[in-house]
Write a protein that binds this ligand. Structure first.
Ligand code: SF4
Ligand code: SF4
Length: 424
């Protein structure tokens, strides 16, 4: 075994180890959340084909959407070459997957073209962020850290593509029988002799694979985690029509007890008190938490939100970013002690009542989100907590609820007087 193989294997073990630790940490966080039933697998596959692989929602912003789609499709192709590099590194081989023949040449050829296109797309993204004030990239939740995160990931992706093209170009100089359309052109332009190309190939190879390792370990802590999460999130996304409210299991049980009081004296399976709605991060379902990890912070939801656009204090993107932040803040302590409390909560300390009641539940945010996040569920469940546990409904609603309770209708008169209007 060569020294470079040993170094590669050690680097790979460290990378995989750190990555697995990050995933284990997230799995612990998921264990704190509530259940969320899924089914209808056939429809889910068609959602993935249309929304994730077809990028249909992304194209609603044609220019940015097209560039993003290139980056996404390119990653799907280029990952093939990355897998080959890992095999090569471990076994000390050069181009181990070449045995796949024509298929290999086609994939590598497309990977080379995509590397060039992605590099151009990323430069445009960076330039646009610097020179154009894109309104949806700003907002109360977009802190300097969020902007730095975006620049860091864009810069890393550019360096990844640069090193890949550098590697392919050196290969093109060394081996005229290659399958790299763009790198062949670069190789013809570059005044580099084969004697130097070999050393440069090794340099670009190591740079590229180390960048992949670094990037993979930054992702779980960055908004670019959506690179891993978006396809599963679309697959698991809500398939009921937008606007259809889910019923609360705990309330259904309460109602059944009210309708059939004898069952109230039967032993109940679950005697633990159940929280109605959402107060803090551990009250959300695992799918809602997954939504927050998948959010790309693109701001498309906020850009179509009528409340946000009319100056109300509400941003659907902030709901997601705050949930992720709150989970990061509280979950490490909750894992050690499930009764842990820091005196703060997602509701009030992160999401204010003003934000909560500004939502019209129009579902525009969910309709627009390119990764099929369903924001209204959080709004509804936060309101459910307020109303059911704290008895705090918004002004007019309070009167309506009191009337329904007392009169069986939202109006402030007795049910027996309901039809009096006929006589007027
Ligand atoms: S459902 Fe609420 S948060 Fe979403 S777009 Fe409509 S008003 Fe905004
Ligand atoms: S919730 Fe969806 S639309 Fe909104 S910022 Fe996140 S990814 Fe973009």
């Amino acid at each position: 075994m060569s020294i470079s193989q040993v170094i590669f294997i050690i680097t790979l073990i460290i990378t995989v180890g750190v990555f697995l630790f990050s995933i284990y940490r997230l799995a612990q966080f998921f264990k704190l959340t509530k259940k969320y039933p899924i089914g209808n697998w056939g429809k889910r596959i068609s959602l993935v084909l249309k929304i994730a692989l077809g990028q249909t929602k992304i194209f609603r912003f044609p220019f940015a959407g097209f560039l993003h789609a290139i980056v996404f499709w390119g990653f799907l192709v280029i990952i093939f070459g990355s897998i080959e590099m890992v095999i090569d590194g471990v076994f000390g081989i050069h181009k181990s997957l070449k045995v796949l023949g024509v298929f290999y040449d086609i994939i590598m050829g497309f990977g080379d073209i995509f590397a060039f296109l992605i590099a151009i797309a990323i430069l445009i993204f960076i330039a646009r962020r610097i020179s154009h004030k894109v309104k949806r990239f700003d907002g109360q939740e977009m802190t300097p850290k969020a902007h730095k995160d975006a620049f860091l990931a864009l810069s890393l992706i550019f360096l990844l593509m640069f090193s890949l093209l550098g590697m392919n170009s050196m290969e093109a100089i060394l081996n005229p029988e290659n399958s790299y359309p763009v790198s062949n052109l670069i190789a013809h332009i570059l005044p580099i002799c084969p004697c130097k190309a070999e050393g440069l190939y090794t340099f670009f190879w190591w740079t590229h694979i180390e960048l992949i390792f670094i990037f993979a370990n930054i992702l779980p802590y960055s908004k670019h985690f959506h690179i891993f999460m978006s396809i599963p999130n679309v697959f698991l996304s809500r398939i009921e029509p937008l606007g259809k409210l889910n019923t609360m299991e705990s309330i259904t049980k309460e109602l059944q007890l009210m309708m059939n009081p004898e069952t109230a004296y039967e032993p109940q399976e679950n005697t633990e008190p159940v929280r109605f709605g959402i107060k803090d991060c551990e009250d959300v379902t695992w799918k809602t938490y997954m939504d927050s990890l998948t959010c790309t912070q693109c701001g498309r939801c906020t850009s179509v939100c009528p409340a946000a656009q009319t100056g109300r204090k509400l941003s659907p993107r902030k709901l997601m970013m705050d949930l992720r932040a709150r989970m990061n803040e509280k979950a490490p302590y909750l894992i050690k002690n499930k009764n842990y409390s820091d005196g703060k909560s997602y509701l009030n300390d992160y999401i204010s009542l003003e934000e909560l009641w500004a939502c019209t539940l129009c579902n525009a945010c969910a309709q627009e989100c390119p990764v099929n996040i369903y924001h209204p569920q959080i709004i509804i469940d936060l309101r459910r907590y307020l109303v059911l546990e704290e008895g705090k409904a918004q002004g007019g609603l309070q009167a309506i609820f009191a009337n329904i309770e007392n009169n069986g209708a939202p109006w402030q008169y007795s049910p027996t007087e309901r039809l009096n209007w006929i006589n007027e």
